[in-house]
Design a protein around this ligand. Structure first.
Ligand code: DC
Length: 649
C-alpha cells in the first residue's frame, strides 16, 4: 500500500454538502462475530472496509469460519452454530480493540489452543479485568509477556458456566461486551454483575441490541446486572450495518465551523450508536442541527459563533475528541470531563490531544481525566505538522483545524483503521482558499502580472522565486556551498523570513536588493534543482494560501505546490522579448547592460529550470497558456482575471 508521510490541508473557507458514511466499526465487528457464532448464513450489508474489520474477518477465517464477499461492502458469513471448527490458531489482531476483547472472551470458552497478539500498542492496552472474569469460570488464559496485557495464550479448560460472574466496568466497556457476546456459547444461563462504574455505556447498548437481532435476549437491571441466557445465536438473514456515528462527528463539526449545511447520511435519530448524540453536544455549542431517521445535518449558528461548553464525555468518548478540536473555533473554553478511558485507547489520547492542541496555540489544561481547552486568538500552523500517534481519531479530529489555517497532518494513512477514504471525503465537502497559479520561465513577467492580479482581487501574493533566492542567500551567508543538498535543505527548513508590506526580511534584515544580485540569481537556480531543498520549502509556500485568496508565481505553482489551484496560467514570451524586458529593467535602474549576455543567461536558466529532475518547468495539464510577447501588462492582467472569474464560476 502507498503510504504518505503527510498530507497538507489547505485553509478551508466553507464546508457543505453530503457525506455517505462508511459502516460503523463497532457494529461491523460485532456483526461479523455474532454471524460467525450463529446457526445459519448471514448477509451483512454495508460492512465497514477498514483495518479493524479486516483484522476481525481474517481472524474468523483462521478459525474456520467461511466469510466471503458478496458484493460491494456485502459479506456472507456461514455461521458455525456456536462451535468454532479450528481448535488451534495464532491470531494477529493489529490494534483492533473490538476484535481483541470479544475474541478473547469467545475463544477462552471455546476449548482450544489459541494465541492472540497485536501491534506493540495493543500490548500496552489493559485486558486484565476481562481475563480475571473469564478465569473465574474456569478459563485457562496466560499472559505471554506482561501481567494484565496481551499477547494472550489460551488453553483448553473446563468451563463452569452458570452462576454469577463479576467483571469490572471502569477501564473498558469492551470487557463486558465481550463477555456478554461469548457467554451464550456455553449453553447455560449466566448472570454478569458489573463492579465499579461502567463506562461508555452506549457501546454496551449496541452489544445488547445486536445480540437481540441474532436471537439472544439479555435482561438487564440498570447497568449492574445482566442475565445472559444460554440460547443459540440465529442468523437474522440480512443484517444492515448503520453508518459510523463517530466518523459522522468530524463532518458535523465541519458543518458547524464551516457554515454548512453539511449532511451525514447513514446515522440519524434511529441510530443505536451513542455517538449519534454528539449532535446534541454541537447543538449546545450553538450549531444548527437537523435530523431525520437516518441522517443528521449541521450548520453554523444563526448569529454569533460557537460557544465553549462543559461536557461529560463518558458516554461518547470517541466523538468527544472531535469536540476538543471544534473547541478551537468557539468563544471561551471547552471542558471535557470523565474521559480517563482516553489514556488506554490507540494512544494516550489525553496526552496526545493536549500536546497537539498546544502546538496550534491553544491553552490546554490536561487533568487525569479531563481536558480544558482555551482557543487561541489566532491558530498557529506547526511547521513540522500535527503528529497523529498512529491514532485515526487524532488525525481526523485535527483535520478540523484547517478551517482556520493551512495544516500539515503527519501519517494521514492511519485513518484507515476506521475510515480509509476520510481525506478524500473531506476534500469533497470543503472549499479551500482559492489560488491562481502563474508559472513560467524567467523574465516572462510573472512577478509583475501576479502581483497586479493579487492587488486587483485583494488577495495575497507569493513570489516563490524569492524563497529560493532567500535560501541561496542564507546558504551563502552560512558558508554552505550551493551543491551541498543536505546542508542547503537544512538552511531552507530553518529560514527565518518575513514578507513585509514593502520588503523581504531575512533574519530581520531587509534583503530585497541582495536576493536580486546576479550571483544569487544563479545560486537560486542551483539550489532550486535540489530535491531536498524543494521538499523543505514546500509547506512554507503552502502556508501563504490564506483567505481570501492567493496569487502565486513561480515554476511549479500549478503543478506541485498548489495542484488543486482553481486557475493555472503558464506565462511565456519569446526569449528575445524577455531579454529585451530584462535589459530595459536594468537600464531603468541605472545599471549598465548588454543584450547578448542577457540572452545567453536566460537560455541557460531556461534549460536548467526545464531539465532538472524535480519539478521541471513546464506547462501543467489544464493550465492556460498565455504568450505575452505581444501583450501589454494591462491586457495580460485582464486575461488572467477573466480566467479566474470563469473558474470561480
Ligand atoms: O522567478 P525567479 O527568477 O525569482 O526564481 C529564482 C530561481 O528559483 C529560478 O532559477 C527558478 C527557481 N524557482 C523554482 O525552481 N521554482 C519556483 N516555484 C520559483 C523559482
Amino acid at each position: 500500500m502507498d503510504t504518505s508521510e503527510f498530507i497538507d490541508l489547505p485553509e478551508v473557507v466553507s464546508a457543505r454538502g453530503c457525506v455517505h458514511l462508511p459502516g460503523s466499526k463497532s457494529i461491523s465487528n460485532r456483526a461479523l462475530l455474532l454471524a460467525a457464532l450463529s446457526e445459519g448464513t448471514s448477509e451483512i450489508r454495508g460492512l465497514l472496509a477498514s483495518d479493524d474489520t479486516a483484522r476481525m474477518r481474517e481472524a474468523l477465517c483462521r478459525l474456520g469460519v467461511d466469510v466471503a464477499p458478496a458484493g460491494h461492502d456485502v459479506w456472507r458469513v456461514r455461521g458455525v452454530g456456536g462451535a468454532l471448527p479450528i481448535r488451534r490458531a495464532d491470531l494477529f489482531l493489529g490494534n483492533a480493540g473490538t476484535a481483541f476483547r470479544s475474541l478473547t472472551a469467545v475463544l477462552a470458552l471455546a476449548g482450544g489452543d489459541y494465541r492472540l497478539s497485536g501491534v506493540p500498542r495493543m500490548h500496552e492496552r489493559p485486558i486484565g479485568d476481562l481475563v480475571d472474569a473469564l478465569r473465574r469460570i474456569g478459563a485457562d488464559i496466560a499472559y505471554e509477556a506482561r501481567e494484565g496485557y496481551p499477547p494472550l495464550c489460551i488453553r483448553p479448560a473446563t468451563i463452569r458456566p452458570g452462576g454469577v460472574l463479576r467483571v469490572r466496568g471502569e477501564v473498558s466497556s469492551q470487557f463486558l461486551s465481550g463477555l456478554l457476546m461469548a457467554l451464550p456459547t456455553t449453553g447455560a444461563k449466566t448472570v454478569v454483575e458489573v463492579t465499579g462504574e461502567l463506562i461508555s455505556r452506549p457501546y454496551v447498548e449496541i452489544t445488547l441490541s445486536m445480540m437481540a437481532r441474532f436471537g439472544v435476549r439479555v435482561e438487564r437491571d440498570g447497568w449492574r446486572r445482566f442475565v445472559v441466557p444460554g440460547d443459540a445465536y440465529r442468523s437474522p438473514g440480512v443484517f444492515a450495518v448503520e453508518g459510523d456515528a463517530s466518523s459522522a462527528s468530524y463532518f458535523l463539526a465541519l458543518g458547524a465551523i464551516g457554515g454548512g449545511p453539511l449532511r451525514v447520511a447513514g446515522v440519524g435519530r434511529d441510530s443505536v450508536q451513542g455517538d449519534a448524540r454528539f449532535a446534541e453536544a454541537l447543538e449546545r455549542m450553538g450549531a444548527r442541527i437537523a435530523m431525520g431517521p437516518d441522517w443528521i445535518e449541521a450548520g453554523a449558528p444563526e448569529d454569533g459563533g460557537l460557544r465553549g461548553i462543559e461536557l461529560d464525555g463518558n458516554d461518547i468518548p470517541d466523538a468527544a475528541m472531535t469536540l476538543a478540536t471544534t473547541a478551537l473555533f468557539a468563544t471561551g473554553p471547552t471542558t471535557l470531563t470523565n474521559i480517563a478511558s482516553w489514556r488506554v485507547k490507540e494512544t494516550d489520547r489525553l496526552a496526545a490531544m493536549a500536546t497537539e492542541l498546544e502546538k496550534l496555540g491553544a491553552a490546554v489544561e490536561e487533568g487525569a481525566d479531563y481536558l480544558r481547552i482555551t482557543p487561541p486568538a489566532e491558530l498557529v500552523s506547526p511547521p513540522q505538522g500535527v503528529d497523529t500517534y498512529h491514532d485515526h481519531r487524532v488525525a481526523m479530529s485535527f483535520s478540523l483545524a484547517a478551517r482556520g489555517v493551512p495544516l500539515r497532518i503527519n501519517d494521514p494513512d492511519c485513518v484507515a483503521k476506521t475510515f480509509p477514504g476520510y481525506f478524500a471525503r473531506f476534500a469533497e465537502v470543503t472549499r479551500a482558499v482559492p489560488v491562481i497559479a502563474v508559472d513560467g520561465p524567467s523574465a516572462s513577467g510573472k512577478g509583475t502580472i501576479a502581483a497586479r492580479v493579487a492587488a486587483a482581487l485583494g488577495w495575497r501574493y507569493l513570489d516563490s522565486g524569492a524563497i529560493y533566492r532567500l535560501a541561496a542567500l542564507a546558504a551563502r551567508r552560512a558558508g554552505i556551498p550551493w551543491d551541498d543538498e543536505a546542508g542547503v535543505a537544512k538552511i531552507a527548513a530553518e529560514l527565518d523570513i518575513e514578507f513585509g508590506e514593502a520588503s523581504i526580511l531575512l533574519a530581520g534584515e531587509e534583503v530585497d536588493e541582495a536576493i536580486r544580485a546576479e550571483d544569487i540569481s544563479a545560486g537560486a537556480s542551483r539550489v532550486a534543482a535540489l530535491p531536498a531543498v524543494r521538499r523543505a520549502l514546500l509547506f512554507r509556500q503552502r502556508l501563504f494560501r490564506r483567505a481570501p485568496g492567493l496569487v502565486a508565481d513561480g515554476r511549479d505553482m500549478g503543478s506541485v505546490v498548489f495542484p488543486d489551484a482553481q486557475t493555472r496560467v503558464f506565462l511565456t514570451a519569446s526569449v528575445e522579448v524577455r531579454a529585451q524586458r530584462r535589459y530595459k529593467q536594468l537600464i531603468d535602474k541605472g545599471i549598465a547592460a548588454n543584450i547578448t549576455p542577457l540572452l545567453l543567461d536566460l537560455r541557460e536558466r531556461d534549460l536548467r529550470d526545464s531539465q532538472r529532475s524535480v519539478a521541471p518547468l513546464r506547462q501543467s495539464e489544464g493550465a492556460h497558456l498565455l504568450d505575452t510577447s505581444n501583450l501589454s501588462i494591462g491586457e495580460t492582467v485582464a486575461q488572467v482575471l477573466a480566467w479566474s472569474k470563469g473558474a470561480s464560476g
